[in-house]
Design a protein around this ligand. Structure first.
Ligand code: HEM
Ligand SMILES: *[C@@H]1O[C@H](CO)[C@@H](O)[C@H](O)[C@H]1NC(C)=O
Ligand SMILES: *[C@@H]1O[C@H](CO)[C@@H](O)[C@H](O)[C@H]1NC(C)=O
Ligand SMILES: *[C@@H]1O[C@H](CO)[C@@H](O)[C@H](O)[C@H]1NC(C)=O
Length: 336
């Protein structure tokens, strides 16, 4: 992309490279002499708060450890919360905003309603940080660090989190509905859904591996366990017993039936046995181009963990607000 010989700026927030690629053709046609400077991807190293709030990272880590020891599932919920933040307007904590005169909360999007959780854990970490160093640590950074600490708390991989994200003053429920993936997407649908956010097919498969922990509601897998042919019969019957063909929408089941509490590569082993819970899980191993990545991860946990960690870093870097864009919220649920 650098070889195209130009960069692009936006005063509001800088769009990421993948947006630029899409615009490249038009730009070349209409303004081939335009040369401006892109301020995107200017997240800072994990030492970002060392001077302004030296206890930031340890404070978040303690909060997350406590929350996960209180409720193991919280690790899964916090990883998902960061994902659902980053896929809508970038990693800007827009998902944390509640309804107000200017905000229509993203919580009400189909993909979030009755399932997105972990808000109180982020709020608690934020209030501790406001006591130590008011107005310094963004909610978006707390989400990113919390996801990493949650992974570590359940035996998952660790990674260095870049920092310096700022918080949005807007939310976008329409983008949440359109851009957060649904379980009925095909493999190519999933690939393009992630490509839109600058993530490739390997990132998508690795990140789906976070379904090695956590729970899903009956409503999200009913069709799969009653109507799908690409499913192990015993597994379908087992899941049907907790998820009636009508009603019980909020009944929960483990996404990984074998080791639901551990962050491991069992999710991929399940797929090979046709025991993926969501349709979007099983399509990753269904005679398609992602099959070989799934097989690779079943054989090589180390590779999965490494790819997962780097994909989480990439995901955490989606369209951040940096510099003077956005704000540092005082409380995560409302704009200042
Ligand atoms: C590939 C496309 C994906 C689809 C279609 C998808 C869909 C879903 C659905 C339907 C649920 C259950 C929600 C409910 O009960 O209503 C779920 C749970 C979960 N998802 Fe995904 N997901 C995808 C990718 C991801 C990614 C990329 C991550 C993280 C990086 C992730 C992390 C999780 C976690 C941890 C849970 C369990 C949450 C909890 O127990 O609170 N998912 N996902
Ligand atoms: C947010 O506001 C909308 C529109 O007024 C309303 O339909 C929705 O139920 C509210 N959501 C929550 C979680 O309060
Ligand atoms: C997928 O599910 C959504 C939400 O239930 C629905 O609106 C959409 O039409 C479905 N898409 C396909 C291809 O079935
Ligand atoms: C199974 O598929 C049929 C035909 O598409 C549909 O009418 C039925 O509601 C589905 N059943 C469940 C439990 O999803």
């Amino acid at each position: 992309m650098g070889s195209l010989g130009f960069t692009v700026t936006s005063s509001k927030s800088c769009r990421s490279w993948f947006t630029i690629v899409g615009s490249a053709f038009l730009l070349l046609l209409f303004s081939s002499t335009t040369t401006t400077t892109c301020t995107a991807h200017k997240l800072k190293p994990s030492s970002f708060y060392d001077k302004t709030c030296p206890q930031a990272l340890v404070t978040i880590r303690k909060s997350i450890r406590k929350a996960v020891s209180r409720e193991h599932r919280m690790a899964a919920s916090l990883i998902r919360l960061h994902f659902h933040d980053c896929f809508v307007q970038g990693c800007d904590a827009s998902i944390l905003l509640k309804n107000s005169s200017t905000i229509r909360t993203e919580e009400d999007a189909l993909q979030n309603r009755n399932s997105i959780r972990g808000f109180e854990v982020i709020d608690e970490a934020k209030s501790l940080l406001e006591k130590k160093c008011a107005g310094v640590v963004s909610c978006a950074d707390i989400l990113a660090v919390a996801a990493r600490d949650a992974s570590v708390a359940v035996g998952g991989p660790s990674w260095k989190v870049k920092l310096g994200r700022r918080d949005s003053t807007t939310a976008n429920i329409a983008e949440a509905q359109s851009d957060l993936p649904l379980t009925n997407l095909s493999v190519s649908g999933l690939i393009s859904n992630f490509a839109k956010k600058g993530l490739n097919k390997r990132d998508m498969v690795a990140l789906s591996g976070s379904h090695t922990i956590g729970l899903a509601r009956c409503a999200t897998f009913r069709n799969r366990i009653y109507n799908d042919s690409n499913i192990d019969g015993d597994f379908a019957r087992l899941r049907q017993s907790g998820c009636p063909s009508s009603g019980g929408n909020n009944n929960l089941a483990d996404l990984d039936l074998v080791t639901p509490n551990n962050f491991d590569n069992n999710y991929f082993k399940n797929l090979i046995k046709k025991k993926g819970l969501l349709a979007s899980d099983q399509v990753l191993f269904s005679g398609v181009k992602t099959d070989r990545i799934v097989i690779e991860y079943t054989k090589n946990t180390w590779k999965f963990r490494n790819d997962f960690a780097s994909a989480m870093v990439k995901m955490g870097n989606i369209e951040p607000l940096v510099g003077s864009a956005g704000q540092i919220r005082k409380i995560c649920s409302a704009v200042n």
